[in-house]
Design a protein around this ligand. Structure first.
Ligand code: RP5
Length: 164
């Protein structure tokens, strides 16, 4: 799919400290040969730059934004406020509240500005990649087949499990 590997997904995160988890989303995208661009941008520490980046993303050919943040996790919501692109939020687990703070901050958007909120941490990051792939697959039959194959192999692995 998309052999030019032109970035179709923007992956943004509030801090470098989020990268270990966020890299799982990037790895998932790369499994489907989906090009992405990654940036550290914070809703609180670099609010203007984050807004500008999200507002300009669509005009640069980006089709989906993945935004990860921890704590008072407003990055995905801020991205959605500045773009009509679908925004997928990954709540990052922080040291104090186990990620529940990030989950609530990402999910509890007011009606009118949606964010598709994934699970906390690694599962959320992998699923953010898969969800972005599903969005892109709506107009890319080859990618849709790739997703079907992914699910088939996943099921095969589960069914092959043997217990002691
Ligand atoms: C959030 O604050 C970031 O997304 C990160 O999850 C959290 C902590 O950031 P650092 O203090 O590690 O830079 O904005």
């Amino acid at each position: 799919m998309d052999t030019s590997n032109k970035p179709l997904v923007a992956v943004i995160m509030g801090s470098r400290s989020d990268w270990d988890i966020v890299s799982q989303a990037v790895q998932t995208l790369s499994q489907f040969s989906i090009g992405c661009e990654c940036r550290v941008l914070s809703a609180h520490r670099t609010p203007h730059q984050a807004a500008e980046y999200c507002a300009a993303a669509e005009s640069r050919g980006i089709e989906v934004i993945i935004a990860a943040a921890g704590g008072a996790a407003h990055l995905a919501g801020a991205a959605a406020a500045h773009s009509l692109l679908p925004v997928i939020g990954i709540p990052i687990e922080g040291p104090s509240l186990g990620g529940l703070d990030s989950l609530m901050s990402t999910a509890q958007m007011p009606a009118g500005v949606p964010v598709a909120t994934m699970a906390i941490g690694r599962a959320g990051a992998v699923n953010a990649g898969l969800y972005a792939a599903a969005i892109l697959a709506a107009s890319r039959p080859e990618l849709r087949e790739h997703l079907r194959e992914y699910r088939r192999k996943q099921a095969e692995k589960v069914l092959a499990v043997t217990l002691p």
